[in-house]
Design a protein around this ligand. Structure first.
Ligand SMILES: Nc1ncnc2c1ncn2[C@@H]1O[C@H](COP(=O)(O)OP(=O)(O)OP(=O)(O)O)[C@@H](O)[C@H]1O
Length: 260
């Protein structure tokens, strides 16, 4: 297998735009009037204290929740208006990887093709040669080609997350939404996964939105940082400009500069 697998990049014009997104529960806004965009090839980190609305925002970005006001457009399409397989425009990477433990890494990555193949093929796991080759290329891209036939539950945490990223890539999405993808990993594995995500944004042209708890990771790996506080977007700056004042504005001065 080639050292640098050729996975064709998503069209460069594609990006995510959230405009005026508001979601209320029992009349109370979990997020309110949130607007930001992600360009193709861009890695955007979402920061914010617990309860700020990150989960609600991410559920709106993936189309799982329909906003009460505003819209999320991916490649110009309102994601809340598309159903089922059409949601393949957005791939999700989860904190707990969400792999099928008894399946091989390759079979897990092939699950990323389910939105592209006829339902009967998916049910019978009859994937085409082209799909299998693409899945292998995605495993190669994340450095796991030699683990393709290994059961997912025999992989390390970092390898499992890489496998989940390969599954997301196999979906050929316009946007990858990574929901605290390193919260379950040790520092070395975390750095590897974030490095990989940043590289994928660059080389595959996909947009990446990634929630993180550790501010230093966001500053080190993201292109831009958006900050949510009490459901509102209070920060949207290039990562290099996210300074101690921005940190204090987001988390409160008492949060402690040690976390910066
Ligand atoms: N299904 C729901 N029903 C009622 N209230 C909800 C629901 N989901 C979220 N909320 C409320 O919306 C607000 C934002 O919650 P959300 O889970 O989006 O925050 P978060 O930033 O993801 O927090 P954390 O980092 O702790 O997971 C909270 O006040 C929460 O109680």
């Amino acid at each position: 297998m080639n050292q640098q697998p050729h996975i064709p990049p998503a069209p460069l014009a594609v990006r995510m735009t959230a405009s005026g997104v508001t979601k209320r529960f029992d009349g109370r806004a979990a997020i309110e009037d949130v607007s930001f965009s992600v360009d193709a090839g861009e890695f955007v980190a979402v920061l914010g204290p617990s309860g700020a609305g990150k989960t609600t925002l991410f559920r709106c970005l993936t189309g799982l929740l329909a906003p009460d006001a505003g819209a999320v457009r991916i490649g110009g399409v309102d994601i809340a208006a598309v159903k089922g397989r059409a949601r393949r425009r957005v791939a999700v990477v989860f904190q707990q990887f969400n792999l099928v433990s008894r399946l091989t890494a390759l079979d897990n990555v092939l699950a990323g093709r389910l939105g592209h193949v006829p339902a009967w093929r998916g049910l019978l796991r009859r994937f085409s040669r082209a799909d299998r080759l693409l899945a292998l290329e995605c495993l190669d891209r994340v450095g796991l080609l030699d683990k393709a036939l290994q059961r997912a539950d025999t992989l390390s945490g970092g390898q499992q997350q890489r496998c989940a990223i390969a599954r997301a890539l196999a979906q050929r999405p316009d946007l990858i939404v990574a929901d605290e993808p390193v919260a379950s990993l040790d520092p070395a594995a975390s750095a590897g996964v974030l490095e990989l995500l940043r590289g994928i944004a660059r080389s595959e042209g996909v947009g990446i939105v990634c929630s993180l708890h550790q501010v230093p990771y966001a500053r080190a790996y993201a292109d831009r940082i958006v900050g949510l506080s009490h459901g509102r977007l209070v920060t949207d700056v290039p990562a290099a400009r996210f300074d101690e004042a921005a940190f204090a504005a987001l988390y409160g001065a008492e949060a402690g500069a040690g976390k910066f």
